[in-house]
Each structure stands twice: as C-alpha cells, then as structure tokens.
Write a protein that binds this ligand. Structure first.
Ligand SMILES: CC(C)(COP(=O)(O)OP(=O)(O)OC[C@H]1O[C@@H](n2cnc3c(N)ncnc32)[C@H](O)[C@@H]1OP(=O)(O)O)[C@@H](O)C(=O)NCCC(=O)NCCS
Length: 566
C-alpha cells in the first residue's frame, strides 16, 4: 500500500520536546501516524501530547517495544549521535530532518546503518508521506490540507520521489488536482551525502504492488537520475517513469539551491540527465507545469488504475468510510468480498468504526461485547419504548427507532460515561503522582459527598452479573488489561472497603475494556446501539405477532416462556 511508512509502523520522535518536535508530532498524530515514544536526553519521564518521553531510544524500546521508524527533530550538530543511537537500538529507518548536517557525520551514519541493516532518509529532508496512512517528518503540513491534496491509492497510485522539499508537496498537489492518486511521497533531501536516494526509492516503488508509476522531481548534480536510467535499462525498474529535471539554466560550478545540486567536471548536467532518462524510456517534461498532464497521459496508456474517476473528481465532499464504484464495494479500503467469510461481525464493526481491522483476538472480544449487550429482557426502557410503539400498529422501523431513541445517558450511556470517569481517575493518579487505588478512593469519596452515582457500577437486578467476569476473562485472553480496567478494579475495591460493595456491571466492564482496546469513547453509545438492535427487532416482531394492539404493557409483571438451552 505504501513504501517506507505505513500506519501500523511504530514511530519514535527524537527531539520531541523541542519546538519543531512538538509541533510536528501533533501534525503526525493528526494524520494517523502511530507515534509511540519520544526521546530527549534528560527529559525521561515527561509526556508530550500524551506520548511518553525517554532519555534514550534504547530506553524507549525497552519500555514500549521495538520501534520501526525514528524521526529526528534534533539540531544538525547532534544528528550523528542521535541517529547512531537509534540505529543501535534496532530502528530500521531513521528520518533526518535537520539541515546543515556535516558531510562527515552523514557518512558516519551511512556506515553504521549499512553495518546494522538499517536505512536513513535525508539529511535535510521533509520526510515521507503515504496518503491516507501516515507521515514521518514534515511533509504535507496540516493533516486536513494533506488529506485534501494527496489522494490515497485505490487500488494504486503513483510514487513520487523528489530532491526538493517544497516540490515534493507541490508535485503531489498538482497530481491530485489532475486526478492522480499517490502511493507514497518521498523527499530524499538535497544534500550531497544521502541515505535513500532516487534509485533506491524507485526500486522500492517497483516492488510495491500499489504503485503504478514513478514520478521524479530531479535536479542537476549527483548521478541519481542517471542511476535510475541505468536501472530502467537493466529491467530492474519497469514501471513507467515520468520526470522533470530542475536547474536547466544553471551554469557549471554554480550551486543550484541544494548542496547536492552542482555540476562539476561536466557530470550531472541537465541535458545529460534528460537524455539518459529519455533513452531509458522515461517521459521527461521540459516544464514543471506539464508534469501532471504528462503523468495522466502515461497512466492512461499503462492502465490508469491510479486515475480518479470523473465522479470522484466532481465530488464536492468526501467520506472515508466506504467507497462504492461500479462493481466494487470497499469498506475502509477493504474489498467487501474479502471481508465476507473472513472476518467476524465484531471485527467488521471495529473496522468501520475505527478505520483499521483488529487482530483476531480483539475481533473475538468485540464479538463477545456485542453478544453481551444483545438483549436484557423486556424491562429496559428501549424495549418498553419499542414494544409500546409497536402496539400502536407502527412499522418495524418506527418501533425499533423508538427503542434506539431511548438509549441515552442513563441507558446504555453508562458505557461511555464510565470510560470517561475512569480516564479522569487515571489522569488524577498521574497529575497527583499517586496510585490508582488512592485516586479511585478519593474520587469515590467525592462522588458520594455530592450524592452522585458512578456510572458502570451496581445493577438493579444482578448482584453478580454473569456477563462481567466472562468479558474480563475474554479481555485477558485477548491481551487487553490496561489502565482503565485497573482503575475499574481499584474503584470496585474502594466501594467494597466502605462495607457497601458496588460491583462493576456489564456497562462498566465494556467501557473499561473498549477504552483499553483504544477505541474513542464517543463511539461507545453507538456500539451499544449496534449490539441491542437485534434484541429490539425480536421484541417488536413478537409484540406485533403475539399481542393485541394498544394493550397495557406492564413494565415489571411479565415472565419468560421460551426454551432453556444451556
Ligand atoms: C532539526 C530542527 C527542526 C530543530 O529545530 P527546533 O525544534 O527549533 O530545535 P529545538 O532546540 O527547539 O529542539 C531540539 C530538541 O532536540 C533535543 N535533542 C538534542 N540532542 C538530542 C538527542 N541526541 N536525542 C534526542 N533529542 C535531542 C534538544 O534537547 C531539544 O529539545 P529541548 O528543547 O526540549 O531541549 C532545526 O534545527 C532544523 O534543522 N530546521 C530545518 C529543517 C528543514 O527545514 N529540513 C528540511 C528542508 S527541506
């Protein structure tokens, strides 16, 4: 789907406490990058935007687990030490944003990377961005703008590789305007000594199933474009290449903006690069303004699976939930026919709500949560509302809708309320540097003093709700046991210590578990609605087929007359 960066990769930010580090981490998070740790020597134990900060990359790895990509917002002089530290800690890709990194330092980093099987991008790079998935570095700026400009691959896109930071974004922007989708944008940096260069990026794009063609923004100096032409002639890069080479008017010996953009001894000339690429079969445009149109033309000849349809281009608003095109249904990017039969309903609910497929264990846990809430007899307000409306002769949809409308703060809403209250206990324990137990107890005392109920604890009917221990058991099997579940247990113990035990109920258990799974609490009421709808349908149909219209429905005096199975 992309090269170098994807949404599942675990990313670390070195220099996260600095000015750019903080600002760019926010933008990366907004775009969906999985930033798991930050590093600044001497700042271990701090937090930036909710991300834990460590003194070293190895400390970050020891606590949070292996890191795939590290982005360095570290000033030039410190880059060598910081990059080597990351490589030694097992990071496989380091992105060196700083400019003016000494050439010798870049060479030392290259040597260590080669020895450890790692790679680096830069120095002096804006980084890499995979549209709709993740960004490592500064490419794209505001997440909202990046989403509008760069169209994700569906099913493919073009790979963009550029030696110019500003032109990386501009190339992506103009291609998007022309209806071209993008798999990944790579800014290799403008320095003389670089990690991943145009030829290496092109080889990656060649091997990426979701890249249809390669668009190159090259410039004079170095031999990167000539090496790409060589790869094309050798049949190692077979995908269409469309290129623009900057610096046509530069004279020999004059540095053209970047340190690496200089013609020396007749090497790296504009004419030489254009000729080499054209001879190898690339489309090379003379003016940057022609690059997008030339790409569209070349894609049409190649199959054009990276071109947006006219309907997509005419769209005045977009949705990221489901894409419908003739003969194609994609939910959150997944072909529905592949999901069918392969993923459970719980996993599909998780996918459509969060945007990503859960692993099998979380999918099973989601199934259990949906099953746990499927029905709770005829007394809950939603069921009484649905049956009452059904008894008037209303349709199935109107009756079920009436039930759904009664799901609110005090019915089903306890799931979200409980998760948010548990989060406040966790935050309190952190800010007061105390234990969860202490924070839970203090919170409980305050609630009691105000005469308020704590959502998700106690039950009108059950003293030992059979669903709660089973859900915790399944959560443990799925490897879910985070701070919210610990806070819920601490609160339960605090209630028990008062002599008036108030056990966690099914809503509380679901709220704590879903929060520890990492889903947004704003979804929790919706998950309850999804789970309860089959129960409401069953009740409404039973009401319509068994009972007399306009009967007086007693909310309490009723009995079960179905079978008992197990
Ligand atoms: C890298 C760069 C962005 C940093 O700028 P900055 O954020 O303003 O710098 P700051 O001094 O605020 O922050 C740097 C942080 O790195 C930290 N740092 C230093 N050495 C470190 C190391 N080895 N590991 C981790 N962090 C380190 C510093 O302690 C500092 O954090 P602090 O402020 O909390 O102490 C800047 O030097 C730069 O090169 N800018 C140009 C980048 C560019 O345009 N590149 C692409 C061109 S196309």
């Amino acid at each position: 789907m992309s090269i170098l960066i994807d949404r599942d990769q675990r990313v670390c930010v070195q220099g996260i406490t600095g000015r750019e580090g903080q600002a760019r981490t926010q933008l990366m998070l907004d775009y969906g990058t999985n930033v798991v740790a930050g590093v600044t020597p001497g700042r271990g134990g701090a937090e930036v935007l909710g991300i834990p900060v460590f003194d070293s990359v190895s400390a970050a790895v020891a606590t949070t687990g292996a890191i795939d990509v590290s982005v360095l917002f570290v000033p030039a002089k410190m880059v060598r030490e910081a990059a080597i530290e990351a490589i030694d800690a097992g990071v496989k890709l380091v992105v060196l944003v700083a400019d003016r990194v000494p050439v010798w330092d870049a060479m030392a980093i290259a040597e260590r990377a080669a020895a450890r099987g790692a790679e680096f991008l830069g120095p002096n790079t804006l980084g890499v961005l995979s549209p709709g998935r993740a960004v490592a570095g500064m490419l794209g700026g505001r997440a909202e703008s990046a989403r509008q400009w760069f169209k994700p691959p569906l099913p493919t896109g073009v790979g963009i590789v550029s030696r110019s930071g500003g032109m990386s974004s501009s190339t992506g922007y103009y291609l998007g305007q022309a209806g071209v989708r993008i798999s990944t944008i790579v800014h290799v940096g403008g320095d003389a000594v670089l990690g991943i260069r145009i030829p290496e990026a092109a080889l990656r794009f060649e091997n990426d199933a979701h890249t249809e063609a390669i668009v190159v923004f090259g410039e004079i100096g170095s031999s990167q474009e000539e090496e790409l032409a060589e790869l094309m002639r050798a049949g190692r890069v077979t995908k269409p290449v469309i290129a623009y080479i900057g610096g046509k008017a530069a004279k020999e010996g004059t540095r053209f903006s970047h340190a690496g953009a200089i013609i020396e001894g007749g090497r790296g000339t504009h004419a030489g690069k254009v000729q080499a690429l054209r001879d190898a079969g690339a489309t090379v445009v003379d003016s940057f303004g022609d690059l997008a149109a030339a790409t569209v033309e070349r894609l049409k000849r190649a199959g054009g699976s990276s071109l947006m349809s006219q309907a997509e281009r005419d769209a005045v608003w977009t949705t990221a939930v489901t894409r419908i095109a003739p003969n194609s249904v994609r939910v959150r990017g997944h072909d529905i026919s592949n999901l069918m039969g392969d993923v459970s309903f719980g996993a599909a609910v998780y996918l459509i709500l969060s945007g990503a497929l859960p692993d099998q264990r979380i999918g099973r846990l989601m199934d259990a949560i949906l099953v746990a809430s499927i029905d709770h007899g005829a007394t809950p307000p939603s069921c009484l509302a649905a049956r009452t409306v059904a008894s008037t002769g209303a349709s199935l949809s109107a009756s079920v809708a009436a039930g759904i409308m009664s799901i609110n703060r005090h019915h089903g809403g306890a799931i979200e309320d409980c998760a948010r209250q548990l989060a406040r206990i966790i935050a309190r324990a952190k800010s007061e540097a105390t234990s969860l137990e202490h924070a839970a107890n203090a919170t409980m005392v305050e609630f009691k003093a105000r005469g308020e109920r704590f959502s998700g604890f106690g039950h009108r009917i059950h003293t030992k709700d059979p669903r709660t221990p089973r859900l915790f058991e399944l959560a443990a099997e799925a490897g879910v046991d985070g701070a919210h579940m610990a806070a819920a247990r601490a609160l339960q113990d605090a209630f028990a210590a008062t002599g008036k035990p108030l056990p966690i109920n099914v809503d509380g258990a679901i709220g704590a578990i879903l929060a520890d799974v990492g889903l947004d609490p704003a979804l929790f009421n919706g998950i309850f609605m999804i789970a309860r709808t089959p129960g409401l349908v069953a009740h409404v149909v039973e009401e319509q087929t068994r009972e007399k219209p306009m009967r007086r429905i007693d909310p309490v005096k009723h009995a079960y007359d179905g079978p008992v199975v197990s």
